[in-house]
Design a protein around this ligand. Structure first.
Ligand SMILES: Nc1ncnc2c1ncn2[C@@H]1O[C@H](COP(=O)(O)OP(=O)(O)O)[C@@H](O)[C@H]1O
Ligand SMILES: [Mg+2]
Length: 249
């Protein structure tokens, strides 16, 4: 599903070249839940942005769901990002001037879903993250944990196969962080592929495989059968609003 072969990436500052990914190879199968760890500056965000097609490599090959990403056009990349990938960031990246519901609706505007359908799906998505009563709130009126749940509803709205999350709990207190990880565990159980960067061990423990980066290379790649059992939220939550509707028709 995600296949990086000898991926290299450098940043250039005039004459100076800073290599960030140094010939890294990585295969991630469908349905995996992965944590990427490593010291600050080791290239975690760069790797995640490459996987999420937000940034490109300058050496090697990247194939995502059979598509050669280096050869894809900007339009093709935009379509892949919008339909196949859901992004979650440390700072939530919600639009401050519009309410929670409108934030969740946004990706569907880009993918041209009709207004009534957008509204229905956005309400269902907020309900799935337990925030149906906060739809009219602006981001500033929500706690950090609630803002991240809105961001998760937004990331899931086009039913992507892959969730890309850069330090999703980095701005949250420990209780909210574990709530977010329980949502991730439920998504994993529903078959989503999750690639998450974190520097917190107890957050990485929710993943089934932990990749340790150092200086732009994989230092260690550990799989664990025993992930943390998700509690509180039953597996029935977070079913994509489309999926449940389509199944009942
Ligand atoms: N857009 C950029 N332009 C120039 N240098 C960058 C850019 N993004 C990251 N870097 C540099 O690349 C290195 C790796 O950064 P990053 O991938 O953000 O690491 P991490 O997420 O592991 O902290 C750092 O030295 C950082 O300063
Ligand atoms: Mg980073």
């Amino acid at each position: 599903m995600i296949d990086l072969q000898d991926a290299g990436k450098s940043y250039r500052f005039g004459e100076r070249v800073l290599p960030v990914l140094k010939g890294l190879s990585l295969h991630i199968g469908a349905g995996e839940f992965i944590a990427i760890m490593g010291p600050s500056g080791s290239g975690k965000s760069t790797l995640l942005n490459v996987i999420g097609c937000l940034d490109s490599i300058d050496e090697g090959r990247y194939t995502l769901e059979g598509v050669a990403i280096e050869a894809a056009s900007e339009d093709e990349l935009a379509a892949i990002r919008n339909a196949r990938l859901g992004f979650i960031f440390q700072s939530f990246n919600l639009i401050p001037r519009i309410n929670a519901l409108r934030n969740v609706e946004l990706p569907m505007i880009y993918s041209r879903v009709a207004p009534a359908e957008r509204l229905r799906r956005a309400h269902a998505a907020l309900k799935n993250v337990g925030l149906e009563d906060r739809a009219a709130h602006s981001p500033a009126k929500l706690s950090g944990g609630q803002q991240q749940r809105v961001a998760i509803a937004r990331a899931l709205i086009n039913n992507p196969d892959i969730i890309i999350a850069d330090e999703p709990t980095g701005s949250l207190d420990s209780v909210s962080g574990h709530d977010i990880m329980r949502l991730f565990s439920n998504l994993h159980q529903q078959g989503k592929t999750i690639v998450m960067v974190t520097h917190e061990k107890e957050i990485a423990a929710y993943a089934r495989r932990v990749i340790h980066l150092r200086d732009g290379l994989i230092e260690r790649d550990e799989s664990s059968g025993a992930a943390v059992t998700p509690g509180i939220l039953p597996p029935a939550t977070l079913v994509h609003p489309c999926t449940s509707q389509e199944r009942s028709q």
